[in-house]
Design a protein around this ligand. Structure first.
Ligand SMILES: [Zn+2]
Ligand SMILES: [Zn+2]
Length: 337
């Protein structure tokens, strides 16, 4: 067994991703160690790089779309064995005793741990996580293709299935990046009339391949106007963190329609309260816990949903994140150690 491992860490705010040798972490009681096979790069990893997130301390190894195998099991862990396929997403553990946990709302735990923020994540050869953060994975999917389902996937799948939208309803997906390209696939396969909203004529063919029934190119027509021409949306799922683009969809909702936000822009959302008086709502959704990830993966296997990925080596983490932020990755960057 090696005593050291390769990892990519951030050691100062706005510093580079540094490739370092770190001591191999040991799983304490209630923890499992994972040999990482793949880790997706998420927009929110930029918060780690910036050193700006509540409770974040540096140095930190980012990464919360982890797929691999259980390598070592700590004391008092009953549901995991060495060799099990395992994943970890954004939800990195919970306390079991706060009021949210007592209601089963683990993602709202008052002491929720976030993988790659509260503790070191998956930009490494190994990582150690609390047992309850582990996601059981099927053998069927490659690690590089299952990893993005554990943040981008669960966030869109779980928000859609809890949105209140029903089969046949019109669901518009704003943005077609890492989250959006999965949201389109999920929405179409859940039986929604699916509209993709983005910029540029070049995306029309692509969104149809993903399953969208309609495409709105906001370079040609404002989103709300185009949505109303199509009869209005029961639900808009906002997946691209751009407050102006998100707000521009609200007048495209039907009365009683809902704008559901799963990717947060820094800028506040500017909304006319008048438009809400027809019964429209604006809401957000947190991703989900391990069982939600397992159900996301199961639905993906059942219906053929797959992320489109570009694979990078661990040491290329900086390049992968920069390329994603500049929107040049189609659609999810995944690191392999
Ligand atoms: Zn994420
Ligand atoms: Zn709790």
């Amino acid at each position: 067994m090696p005593k050291m491992m390769r990892a990519v860490q951030v050691s100062k705010p706005n510093g580079a991703f540094e490739l370092v040798e770190r001591e191999l972490p040991e799983p304490a009681s209630g923890q499992i160690r994972i040999k990482v096979e793949a880790c997706g790069v998420c927009h929110s990893d930029a918060f780690v790089k910036a050193g700006a997130f509540p409770g974040l301390t540096l140095p930190r190894i980012p990464g919360h779309e982890i797929a691999g195998r259980v390598d070592k099991v700590g004391a008092d862990v009953t549901e995991w064995q060495k060799g099990d396929r395992v994943g970890v997403g954004w939800h990195g553990g919970h306390c079991f005793v706060c009021n949210a946990c007592r209601k089963g709302l683990f993602i709202n735990c008052e002491r929720e741990k976030i993988t790659g923020f509260s503790y070191d994540g998956g930009y490494a050869e190994y990582t150690v996580v609390p047992h309850e953060a582990g996601v059981h994975l099927p053998e069927k999917l490659e690690s590089v293709e299952v990893a993005p389902l554990l943040c981008a996937g669960i966030t869109t799948y779980n928000s859609l299935r809890n949105s209140g939208a029903r089969p046949g309803d019109t669901v518009a997906v704003q943005g077609i990046g890492g989250l959006g390209h999965l949201a389109i696939q999920f929405a179409a396969r859940m039986g929604f009339r699916t509209i993709a909203i983005s910029r540029g004529a070049d995306k029309a063919e692509l969104v149809r391949q993903l399953g969208a029934h309609e495409y709105i190119d906001t370079q040609k027509v404002p989103a709300a106007e185009a949505l109303q021409k199509l009869g209005g949306a029961d639900l808009v799922l906002a997946t691209a963190p751009n407050s102006e683009a998100i707000a521009s969809t609200i007048d495209g909702l039907k009365p009683r329609g809902k704008l559901l936000i799963v990717a947060a822009p820094f800028d506040p959302l500017k909304v006319s309260a008048f438009t809400l008086l027809s019964g429209k709502t604006i809401a957000g959704w947190p991703s989900g816990s391990a069982i939600d990830s397992e159900e996301t993966v199961a639905f993906s296997v059942l219906t053929g949903v797959r992320p489109r990925i570009e694979v990078f080596k661990l040491e290329q983490a900086g390049q992968a994140l920069a390329k994603m932020i500049e929107n040049r990755v189609r659609f999810r960057a995944v690191l392999t150690p």
